[in-house]
Ligand binder design. Structure first.
Ligand SMILES: Nc1ncnc2c1ncn2[C@@H]1O[C@H](COP(=O)(O)OP(=O)(O)OP(=O)(O)O)[C@@H](O)[C@H]1O
Length: 693
C-alpha cells in the first residue's frame, strides 16, 4: 500500500468510527466488533482517528508474566510449534498471550522484526483492549470467544492493515487463562479469507486447553467422551476429571457446556467450589454403576463403551484415562505396560525409583560412589529399601563379582554378633565347629559387608568394628594373628544416629568411619513416584507368579496413592501380595485390598468399611524408632474362635516370628501369597488365641 492510499484508508476508517459514535445507544444485537467499538468510545474514552504506538512491556515485566504462565507455556509449546509450522509460509505470525493480553510467546519471521515490532506483533506486546482498542486478543479477552479482527475492524488506525484471529484458552474452572492468536501484516480485503485461520486457531486452542487440563488432572482418573466411537480415545471432546467416588471435580470447556445443560449443575468460573460441591457424579450423569464405568477397559476390547446421558438420552462413547505415572527417562518404556520390558535389563540402581527428586538425588549419589571404596551410611525409615539400595550399589559396582554379605545387627542375639562378624579359631569355645569359622567380615573379603541396623550394634562391638575398619584386618575370636581383609562396608539404620551419638549410644569415631557419604531414602508417603513403584512392584509380582494378565483397577491405584504408608515400600509389597492372593480374577478391585488404617487420609478406602479403633501406625504416619514390620498394619484378618490343628500351628508360628510374614513364609518354605491364602483359609487374625491343649 502506498503512503497516500494508507492515509486515505485511515481517514475513511476514522469517518466510519465517528459515524458509529454518533449512533444512539448500542443495539442489543450488535456484533462483537460493534460492542468493542462501543467500549472503546464509552468505557475507555479512546478517540476515533487515533494511532497509538504498540505497547511493549519491559523485559522484567515480561519475565513476570512468563513466570506466572510457566506451566501453560510448557504444555502449550508443542501445539504452538505445530501451529506455527503450518502457517509461517503463509505470512502469519503467532502470539500466545496470557489472560491480561501480554504476549508471552511469539513466533515470527526474523527478517520482518522491525515491522512486526512496530505493529505490536512481538514478544511482550500488550494487547489489552482498553489501550490497543478493538483487536483480536483484547476483544477475545473481553468477549471470551474466538474472533477475527480483520483490517478495519480494528479501532486504532495503526492496526487497519492487520488481520488477526484469536481464540481463548480456558482453565479447568472456566476462567480464561490465555489467548492464541495468529496475525498477518497484510491480507486480502475479504474477511472470508480468514475463515480457515479462525478454525485452525480454535482447533489448536482447544488442543492446548485439553493438554493443560490433562496435565492439571494427571493424578485423577479422567473420563473422556465424544459422540464418535472412533474419535473418543484420539480426540474425545469432553473431559471430566473424577475423584475416587466418581464425583466430577473438573471439566474442560466441552464438558462444562455438557453439564450446563443439566439444570442441577451449572458451573461458573467464579464459584468453583460451589460448582464442584453441587457437581453430579459420573454414574448419575451416565445412569450407570460406578463399578461398570471403572471396568470399561476390561469389558471392551477397544477400551471404549457406549453410555446414555441421563440429561437428554443422547448416546456418548466414553473411555478412561488413568492417573498418570511419573515419567522417568531412565526407565522409559519399561513400565508403560507392566510387562513391557523384562525388569532384569534395567540397571539395578535405576530400578529403584521413578521421577522423585529426593530418590533421584540419592540414586545419583549412589552411582557416583558405587565404583569407589568409600564406606556408605544409608538412612531411612523401616521398609524404605535400605537393604535394597545396598544390594543395588553392590550389584552395580566394581566388587559385584565378589560376595555381598549382610548382617542384621538387630536380628541376632548380642552374644552371637561378635563371632558372626569376626569368626573364631579352632577350639575357641565349646559348641563351635572344631575347625573354627570365618566371620562375615572375612567372608566379605573383596566384596561388600552390609551392616543393617547398625544403630543396634552394642557399644563394645562398635569398638572392635572400628578397629577392623581402621586397620583393614580382623582377629577371629581365640586367634592370635589378625587376618587382612579388604571389604567395603555399607551400613544402614532407621535410627537418628546423631542423637544416639549425643546420648553416647553410638561411637562418633565409628560414625565418621562408616560415613564416607550418607544416602537418605525418603519415606514412601513423601515420594512423588509412588505410582511408578506400584506399577513396578505389580510387574514383579506378575513375573514371579506368571500372571501376565493381572491388573489393578483404576480406583485401586487411586486408593493406593492416597494411603500414607507407615510401613513404606515393605507395606506396599505386602498389600499387593495380599490383594493378588485375595482376587478371584485378573483385575484387582478395592474389595481385594486389606484395610489400610491409622494413617490419615488413606485410612478409609472408598468402598471399604472402616473397622474399630485399633491402629497399626502412628497418627502422622511416622514409624516410631524400633518399630518393626510385624507391628505395622498388616492385612486385616477376620476373627474366628475355633481353629483346626493346622490353623493353631500356623498361629503359633506367626506369634513366634512376631508376625513377620516374610520370615514365616521362609520358614514354611512357601511363597508369601500362599501364606496369605492359608491365613485367610483359617480366618486367622492377629489377636486370635491358641487354646492350650
Ligand atoms: N525401590 C524399591 N523397588 C522395589 N521394591 C522395593 C524397593 N524398596 C524396597 N523394596 C521392597 O520393600 C521391602 C523392604 O525393603 P528393605 O528390606 O530394603 O527395606 P529396609 O529399609 O532395609 O527395611 P528395614 O529398615 O526394616 O530393614 C523389600 O521387600 C524390598 O524388596
Amino acid at each position: 500500500m502506498t503512503h497516500s492510499t494508507a492515509a486515505a484508508s485511515a481517514r475513511a476508517h476514522t469517518r466510519v468510527i465517528t459515524e458509529f459514535a454518533r449512533r444512539p445507544p448500542l443495539p442489543a444485537a450488535a456484533d462483537l466488533i460493534g460492542r468493542s467499538w462501543w467500549r472503546c468510545l464509552q468505557q475507555y474514552g479512546l478517540q476515533p482517528g487515533r494511532k497509538q504506538p504498540a505497547r511493549i512491556v519491559t523485559r522484567s515485566t515480561l519475565k513476570e508474566h512468563q513466570d506466572a504462565a510457566d506451566e501453560l507455556l510448557a504444555v502449550a509449546r508443542a501445539g504452538v510449534n505445530q501451529l506455527y509450522a503450518s502457517i509461517n509460509g503463509l505470512g502469519y505470525v503467532l502470539l500466545l498471550t496470557d489472560h491480561a493480553g501480554v504476549t508471552v510467546q511469539f513466533h515470527g519471521e526474523r527478517d520482518l522484526d522491525d515491522k512486526l515490532r512496530q505493529a505490536g506483533l512481538y514478544l511482550g506486546a500488550d494487547w489489552d483492549e482498553s489501550y490497543a482498542g478493538t483487536c483480536a486478543v483484547g476483544t477475545c479477552i473481553q468477549e471470551q470467544t474466538a474472533l477475527t479482527c480483520h483490517r478495519g475492524d480494528h479501532f486504532d488506525g495503526a492496526h487497519i492493515s492487520l488481520t488477526c484471529t484469536a481464540a481463548p484458552i480456558f482453565g479447568p474452572s472456566g476462567e480464561l487463562i490465555a489467548v492464541l492468536d495468529i496475525s498477518a501484516l497484510n491480507s486480502p480485503a475479504a474477511r472470508d479469507s480468514q475463515m480457515f485461520a479462525l478454525h485452525l486457531t480454535q482447533l489448536y486452542a482447544r488442543m492446548i486447553e485439553d493438554a493443560y487440563f490433562l496435565r492439571r488432572y494427571r493424578r485423577h482418573l479422567v473420563f473422556r467422551c465424544d459422540d464418535s466411537r472412533e474419535f473418543v480415545a484420539l480426540n474425545g471432546r469432553v473431559l471430566l476429571a473424577l475423584d475416587d467416588t466418581g464425583t466430577i471435580v473438573a471439566a474442560n470447556t466441552a464438558g462444562r457446556l455438557l453439564l450446563a445443560d443439566n439444570p442441577v449443575w451449572v458451573p461458573t468460573a467464579r464459584d468453583e467450589t460451589a460448582a464442584v460441591q453441587a457437581a453430579p457424579s459420573l454414574p448419575e450423569l451416565l445412569d450407570s454403576r460406578w463399578d461398570d464405568i471403572l471396568a470399561i477397559n476390561q469389558i471392551s476390547a477397544d477400551g471404549v463403551q457406549a453410555f446414555r446421558l441421563s440429561l437428554n438420552d443422547q448416546t456418548v462413547f466414553g473411555t478412561l484415562i488413568e492417573p498418570k505415572r511419573q515419567h522417568d527417562p531412565s526407565t522409559h518404556g519399561r513400565l508403560g505396560k507392566e510387562s513391557a520390558r523384562p525388569l532384569e535389563r534395567v540397571p539395578p540402581l535405576d530400578r529403584l525409583a521413578g521421577d522423585d527428586a529426593a530418590m533421584r538425588k540419592t540414586i545419583e549419589q549412589a552411582k557416583r560412589f558405587r565404583q569407589r571404596d568409600v564406606n556408605l551410611l544409608i538412612l531411612g525409615e523401616t521398609g524404605t529399601g535400605k537393604d535394597m539400595l545396598a544390594t543395588a550399589i553392590h550389584a552395580s559396582g566394581h566388587r559385584r563379582q565378589k560376595p555381598f554379605v549382610a548382617l542384621n545387627c538387630a536380628a541376632i542375639p548380642e552374644s552371637l554378633i561378635e563371632s558372626e562378624l569376626f569368626g573364631y579359631s579352632a577350639g575357641a569355645f565349646t559348641g563351635g565347629r572344631s575347625r573354627g569359622a570365618k566371620g562375615l567380615v572375612q567372608q566379605a573379603d573383596g566384596g561388600t559387608l552390609f551392616l543393617d541396623e547398625i544403630g543396634d550394634m552394642p557399644l563394645p562391638l562398635q569398638t572392635r568394628l572400628l578397629r577392623v575398619l581402621a586397620e583393614g584386618e580382623v582377629t577371629p575370636l581365640g586367634a592370635d594373628k589378625p587376618v587382612f581383609v579388604d571389604c567395603r562396608v555399607i551400613a544402614a539404620t532407621h535410627h537418628n544416629i546423631q542423637a544416639m551419638i549425643e546420648r553416647n549410644e553410638f561411637r562418633a569415631d565409628l560414625y565418621y568411619r562408616l560415613n564416607g557419604a550418607t544416602l537418605t531414602l525418603p519415606p514412601l508417603r513423601q515420594r512423588a513416584d509412588r505410582e511408578f513403584l506400584i506399577r513396578s512392584l505389580l510387574a514383579e509380582l506378575k513375573q514371579k507368579l506368571k500372571r501376565p494378565e493381572l491388573r489393578l483397577r483404576a480406583d485401586v491405584i487411586s486408593a493406593l496413592l492416597a494411603h500414607s504408608w507407615p510401613g513404606n515400600v515393605r507395606e506396599l509389597v505386602n498389600v499387593l501380595a495380599y490383594a493378588e492372593a485375595n482376587s478371584s480374577g485378573d483385575v484387582i478391585t478395592l474389595a481385594d485390598l486389606p484395610e489400610l488404617r491409622g494413617t490419615g487420609q488413606g485410612d478409609k478406602l472408598p468402598g471399604s468399611e472402616v473397622g474399630g479403633s485399633e491402629t497399626g501406625g502412628s497418627e502422622t504416619g511416622v514409624v516410631a524408632a524400633g518399630e518393626t514390620a510385624a507391628n505395622l498394619p498388616q492385612p486385616e484378618l477376620t476373627h474366628t474362635a475355633v481353629l483346626t490343628e493346622e490353623g493353631q500351628a500356623l498361629v503359633m508360628l506367626l506369634d513366634q516370628h512376631a508376625w513377620n510374614l516374610s520370615e514365616v513364609a521362609r520358614v514354611m518354605r512357601v511363597s508369601r501369597p500362599t501364606l496369605y491364602r492359608r491365613i485367610r483359609k483359617f480366618r486367622i487374625r492377629r489377636q486370635t488365641c491358641v487354646s492350650p491343649g
